[in-house]
Every structure is written in C-alpha cells, then in structure tokens.
Design a protein around this ligand. Sequence first.
Ligand code: SAM
Ligand code: TMP
Ligand code: ZN
Length: 405
Amino acid sequence: MSKCRVCEGEVRKFFDFGKQPLSDTFLTEQESGEAYHFRLAVGLCTRCTMVQLLEEVPRDRMFHHDYPYHSSGSRRMREHFAQTARDLLATELTGEDPFCVEIGSNDGVMLGVIKDAGVRHLGVEPSGGVAELARKDGVRVRTDFFEETTARLIAGEDGPADVIYAANTICHIPYLDSIFRGVDALLRPGGVFVFEDPYLGDIVERNTFDQIYDEHFFLFTARSVRGVAHRFGFELVDVHRLPVHGGEVRYTIARRGERAPSPAVPALIAEETSRGLAELGTLEKLGDGIDRICADLVALLRDLRGRGLSVAGYGATAKSATVTNYAGIGPDLLPCVYDTTPAKIGRLMPGSRIPIRSAEEFGRPYPDYAVLFAWNHTEEILAKEEEFAAQGGRWIVYVPEVRVL
Ligand code: SAM
Ligand code: TMP
Ligand code: ZN
C-alpha cells in the first residue's frame, strides 16, 4: 500500500506503466550505460482525493544544470506568460514597491515582463542552465529549490511577497507541506499564491494519459487543491480553466478568511463530483483508453512501415517518453523525432533511444507521416509546418484517439 504524500491516507493504484526512464534525460549515442529507471504508477488517495504517483524520483535527478526544457520555446506560451504577467501587474502588483516571486521561473519567460515593468521580482529555479538564461535577460533568479527554508531566507533578504506564482511546477513537487509552509512564511498578509498545472478533468476527458510522467507527481483537481490548501491554513479562492498544454487550471490561494471565494470554486468542484473525478472507477477507465491508444498507434506505425512509407515524430516532449516506452515504439517503427530544443537535438529519446534531429531538417526530405507528440502545440506547429501538409504529408495524432489528420 502506498501512503498519500498529502494526508498519509491510502493511495489506490489505477494504472501502472511499469519501469520507465526519466522523461527529460536525453543521452548521447555514446552514453550506453544503464539509464535510471523508476516505476511509473498512478493512484488516487481514498481520503483526500489527491491523484499522485506511487514512486517519487529524487528531485536532483530531474532538475539540475542540464534540465533541457525551455519555456520560451513556444510562441503561444510566450504570449500566455506575457498576458499572465500583465494580469498580475494590473491586479495584485499595484501597491507601493510590490514584490513578485516565481517558483520554477525557468528561462524567465514570465518574470521578464515583470522586470520590464520595473517591478521587484525573484525567480526560484533549481535548474542552473535555464536560470542562467533568465539572468542573461536581466531577470533576478536564485538557483535553488523552493521549499520552507528557501522561503524563509528570501523573506529575510527581500521582505514579504505580494504574489507567489508558479506554472507547471507545483504539480512537480511531492513535498507540498514544505511548499505551503514556505508560502506562509513569505507571503504578505492579503497576498496570493497563484499556480497553474495540468487538470485531471482534461486528462480524463481527452485521454491525455501522456501527461503522466516522472515530473508530474500530482494531477490536481479543484477539490484536491482546496483540500491541501485547507490543511495549511489557506483557502482556494478562485479557479480558471486555461486552454494551454492540453487543459490546465489556474488556482488562486489566499490565507483562510482573507478573501471571499469566487462562486467558480464550488461550481468546478460540483462539476468534478458529477463527473466522478474522485472515484477509482472513473480513473480506471482511463486505463482502457491508454491500452487502446497504444495498441492502435503501434498497429498504424507497423502498417505504414510495412507499406514502405516513412514516418517520424515531431516534438521530443517529456510526455512522449510515456507513449514510446509504454507502447514499445523504438527506432524500428519511428526512426527519428524532430525538435527545436538545442539541448535535445543530436541526442536520443529516453528509453526508446530514438534519435532526435533538428526541426530545421524536417523538410529534408519530409517524411510521409509525422506523429505529433507535441499535441499541446498543435495549432502553432501545423501553422509553422504548413508546407509538410501542402506537399502531401499527413499528421498522426493519438489523443483522444489515434487519427490521421
Ligand atoms: N514555469 C515554466 C513554464 O511553465 O513553462 C517552467 C515549467 S518546467 C515544466 C518546471 C520547472 O520547475 C523547471 O524549470 C524546474 O527546474 C522547476 N522546479 C522543480 N522543482 C522546483 C522547486 N522545488 N522549486 C522551484 N522550481 C522547481
Ligand atoms: P512541451 O510539450 O513540454 O511544451 O514540449 C514541447 C516540445 O516540442 C519541446 O521539446 C519543443 C518542441 N517544439 C518543437 O519542436 N516545435 C515547436 O514549434 C514547438 C512549439 C515545440
Ligand atoms: Zn491524501
């Protein structure tokens, strides 16, 4: 039996992907040694309803100097974070000398806009390489993991924060107790803790099972977030569904009693209840979808290869590690994956060891078919690569089901 990382209740497993490699570790051809593997299994806490992984990967194995994900790699996400920064500047950062802290600031995509507005800020980012990129843009960053001790140090050095913001980071952190204590130590009275992460409701609705990988330790709902906030003296006061990364929710959290919760909070929780998002039966059905999608994808790739057609992947996403390794897709079915990230190009996909090539080489020559692993950037990539379709190339998507576009 697994114990809940939030409440120590019993976590019941609803899907097991078996041994998986780390999703963001891209080895070179020469690095043939045994890569680190862990058991990727996901379950539901029967007490507090938090959906979580059963095995935790040590944080330094995932978030280190060479962490390859660069937030600024997508135009759409740059726009999203610029808008987020403008919203925070217009609402929460209006007092005298406001201070904004971002947990997991990556290459500074959000804080750069806060900096340009002349507002005091600090990014807390353990991955040294991306932190350095942010610093080059003039963003103030502390290379560190955010946790209670870090938060106390920041509060001592910079004073209290008006806003503590995080995107696609809080769900990566199993030690939420230390996070909330840290937020309590650093947040000014009346301030807010705002974070956005992939939403379990969207994952279930669209079968986006590849959102499950080492870094995504928690899959949040409004109900589970309200519960964890409550344990540490906070309250979930607002929720907004966001159309990025395949469906996320932005949670706004304040100290209990400081702000009246918006009606959007009970409304979303009621919707979750009617959809059975905290019931094991609902989540077990996700497993049927996972097995069907993986079988269909492998069958399609085998058929195309058998007919002598060329196929490649597009987007060496962290998500795709779950798909390729669970489905058993290797270089025989998919000879290469194209990507724009410098730190991934020339390396191998984790586990499957499919070579990654620069997206600039995609058209030299185009494959007949391309599996769109970066499905969360569909619009942007289809527009950028319109020549591929114009020349007869076909995109393959696999969520919510395997389809040739
Ligand atoms: N916020 C960016 C975005 O949404 O594009 C980056 C998201 S990236 C998927 C997750 C980031 O969280 C990584 O840059 C990682 O180094 C950072 N991270 C992981 N654990 C952290 C912690 N305890 N404190 C601060 N950052 C952390
Ligand atoms: P993400 O799903 O975690 O955002 O990762 C997206 C991956 O897709 C990342 O490795 C960069 C890559 N990518 C491209 O290759 N071309 C693009 O146009 C975009 C938006 C992303
Ligand atoms: Zn629990």
